[in-house]
Design a protein. Sequence first.
Length: 252
Amino acid sequence: MGETAVMKGAEPFLFEGSEVGVLLSHGFTGTTQSMRPLGQRLAAAGYTVCAPRLRGHGTSPADMATTGARDWVASIDDALAELKTRCSTIFMAGLSMGGTLTLLTAARHAGVIRGIVPINAVVQINSADRASLAFGHDPALMLPGIGSDIKAPDVQELAYREVPVRCIAELYMLTGVTRDLLGRITCPTLVIQSHDDHVVDPANGRLIVSSLGANRVELLWLEDSYHVATLDHDTPLIAERTIAFFRSIASG
């Protein structure tokens, strides 16, 4: 049985541009809606932009409960393979777990990814309450969602209102593996981190910066956005700095 219908606004998107491509990834329980404003700005700058819908996302929490970390990684790998047929140079950026997948992809595909921008990425959850849920409860249970941590008024993230308990353990596996692979990331990296983040511990920003194997690592702190920064007040700043960062690599 396949997934249920995809929610309007959660569809994957592809903006055709130059031979320089950017792969974008949304986060845990979220959708491509959170990446579309950044994607549009990157496309306006001339990039080919690809944003896949992670398996189990953008449909229903019940669908998500049938997926796990391997599926989410495979969604990115499939999109990367497609982007490679169109582009000779590829960058990547992602929000939250999408930032985690960005880091993981840079470690696993070091010869392909030229530079990355993880945004409020998580490699260490730092929550005993969440950890206690990973194996201690009925995996069929649902928890309240974590979406729409946004400072800007009247802005909503298209995300699940419930989180499958069984996916919590999958998230821990993904973040743990990624954390141990940070030293293998050698491409230039711009880490973007909100000071006020009510979903991911902001300490992740410094942890990522201190653990990378890259020679060029930059850290940008956001002062006017919460977790879903790509839909928040700092969206233009994120786009501006991301485009400038990618251009500096391509011209270097």
